[in-house]
Design a protein around this ligand. Sequence first.
Ligand SMILES: *Cc1c(COP(=O)(O)O)cnc(C)c1O
Length: 388
Amino acid sequence: MIPYGRQDVTDEDVRAVCVALKSDWLTQGPTVPRFEEAVAGVCGARHAVAVNSATSALHIACLALGLGHGDWLWTTPITFVASANCGLYCGAQVDFVDIDTRTYNMCPRALEVKLIEAEKTGRLPKLLVVVHLCGQSCEMTAIRALSQKYSFKVIEDASHSIGGKLENEYIGNCRYSDITVFSFHPVKIITSAEGGMALTQCDELAYKMALFRGHGITRDSQHMTQASDGPWYYQQIELGYNYRMTDLQAALGLSQLERLDQYVNRRRELAKLYDESLKNLPVTLPWQHPDVVSVYHLYVIRLNEKLENRHRHFFENLRGRGIGVNLHYIPVYRHPHYEKMGLYSPSDYPEAERYYRQAVTLPLYPALSEVQVAEVSKKVRIAIQEFA
Ligand SMILES: *Cc1c(COP(=O)(O)O)cnc(C)c1O
């Protein structure tokens, strides 16, 4: 089976991890800050806080921004559940904004309409989590303008999009947001096995996120409530978590980061090949916003409306032919945990619903060959012809 995504681990990666393994540090040690500085440097952020997953990064980002009981977090329904769950972890309630027809990212027009409604009912969000789906940035200028008008904070869930650009600047510089989060899960652009990172330009947010990562414990007398009892002394000043990244993970991530541009270029090259070889089929290919450079974490095609009722058949057909197609994502409000809250109606999200009836993720990862792209394309063509 050709999977939809797969990590690429080189001999240099293995050597880098072995060096860390034989060092004095297995848990968070000197390699973690090196990885943090390297990612912050590439992206143009002042601070980066490495953690054990993007899920943890989203959680500490919400905590640092003060999300809590009685607050609302809004996000897109077409995302991995973690983008929404972070709100629930903090005791907040979650709501969703429908997607744009072309980018499948959160639609700024739909956001504005929902904000106008929410203002009337006193239910404005405290925090918005936008997701750069497939590696393509959201329309951040419009979203930032709304965040200023309606006074909510913004987290970019950039789990798909390290190395991507908006208006010629790297995602992660937080020009239009408070915090940006990356994932280093093996299917993402670069990996540290499990791992994530939260970037910000704000000293205070960086300090708080580092605190929440490590049990809420400080060893800095400046932040303590009283003078030190002695050289052993530390204080727990918040309820934090053990979300630390290990030095082994940081060593892998740092080594992978060296090949970020190479990976992005390769993914863009392969996407172009797909664009070419699928162009005359009754499917919609990924549309690219002119201000954006996507890293193509995912290559999503959509069956045209008249083929919609063959969506499942199409999946089964391709899986049967050894093509590991997937669907990113099931609208979050459709999951039983969200459904049972009784807050959401699929009819409020017509674009997300339409997307869910049509979307198919084709295999795309750096080690995929041109021959394999041709093979996948051919099988897509055959599958479509079979139900014509
Ligand atoms: C993968 C992913 C996450 C979670 O990442 P982990 O590092 O596995 O916790 C969050 N949001 C999105 C959009 C993702 O794709």
